[in-house]
Write a protein that binds this ligand. Structure first.
Ligand code: AVJ
Length: 322
């Protein structure tokens, strides 16, 4: 595609103000309160996430990029030619570019991305770098059902690309539901390539979510700024602090926004009281062992047909099939 073909093909299902408000009100009514991490990704949130990926402490992105580079040829052989590649939460599309260059004659690429700004920027770059591939972008929350666009040229099968350990942002039941939905989307002859961060020294994991430059803290707090702007809430950004701790029994980073004082926040005409020290959960980043991941996939009716691991720091890619 040319860049203008790609923009013309864009399916726009970006969550609207009513959807976001309903999700936030629901999360604020829970105890502990929860805000969905998918709303981190407005234009500024996506830009802050890109800065996180360049922090020395944040190992996942560079480790996965290197792993993809090292095993790109193996992956291309394992998945075969003429695929329709569909990516969940495509962000900047840096990993995709590597994958698409390695595959044999890919037919089409569908990035599904909640941040329209990130999606448009990645499409502009990829359409220019890979003009032979049909670009069929979708701006949407990938956890909601999405009707996938059909490529003009027939693909042999679909490959769902889900890198970055984004699966780790889902609690067990939601991860199983998402993998089941992916199994239906890929079809009986389809494939999924999933990146998963692996359990390792908790100190290394915690450092990755508490970078010294404070970019992750700014990223977490940006959620409140975004909500204030888009749904008219009045969160005091000075009134909350970022906290990210690794739970060894749960194999996950738990990121919270902790109220620095007793305060009241208004959202859509409703008042929410916070006690001093009260924590809102904003994100989980689950880490996996081989056994935990294989059984998660099995629960969704998928089997691991190939796997590639990076060591020190540990990170994995898994090829799944129905
Ligand atoms: C979006 C899954 C790649 O959980 O590691 C990074 C998001 N949050 N730092 C992750 C994130 C805080 C990230 N992923």
């Amino acid at each position: 595609s040319t860049v203008s073909d790609a923009l013309e093909a864009l399916t726009d299902l970006q969550p609207d103000r009513a959807r976001i408000t309903a999700d936030i009100l629901q999360g604020l009514s829970l105890r502990p309160r929860q805000l969905p991490s998918k709303y981190f990704y407005d234009a500024r949130g996506s830009a802050l996430f890109e800065r996180i990926t360049r922090q020395p402490e944040y190992y996942p992105t560079r480790t996965e990029l290197k792993l993809l580079q090292d095993c790109a040829t193996d992956i291309a052989v394992a998945v075969g030619p003429r695929l329709h590649v569909v990516e969940l939460g495509s962000g900047s599309g840096r990993k995709t570019e590597l994958l698409l260059h390695a595959l044999a004659d890919p037919v089409a690429y569908t990035p599904i991305e909640i941040s329209r700004a990130a999606l448009l920027a990645s499409i502009a770059r990829l359409a220019t770098a890979l003009p032979q591939i049909e670009m069929l972008p979708v701006c949407a929350d990938f956890t909601a059902p999405v009707q996938l666009p059909t490529p003009q040229r027939a693909a042999t099968r679909r490959l769902l690309f889900f890198p970055g350990s984004t699966l780790g942002n889902f609690v067990h039941a939601d991860a199983v539901a998402l993998l089941q939905a992916m199994r239906r989307t890929m079809g009986s002859d389809g494939l999924a390539l999933i990146g998963i961060d692996l359990h390792k020294d908790p100190a290394l994991i915690e450092a990755a979510y508490n970078d010294a430059a404070g970019i992750t803290a700014a990223f977490t707090l940006n959620l409140l700024a975004r909500l204030n702007r888009e749904i008219g809430s009045d969160f005091d950004l000075e009134g909350f602090a970022h906290r990210a701790r690794y739970s060894v029994p749960r194999l996950r980073i738990e990121t919270e926004l902790v109220s620095r004082c007793a305060q009241t926040v208004q959202v859509a005409g409703r008042r929410f009281d916070f006690a001093e020290g009260e924590a809102m959960t904003v994100e989980y980043s689950h880490k996996y062992t081989d056994a935990v991941f294989a059984s998660l996939a099995a629960e969704a009716g998928l089997r691991v047909s190939a796997h590639w691991n990076a060591t020190e720091p540990a990170f994995g890619l898994r090829l799944l099939q129905p």
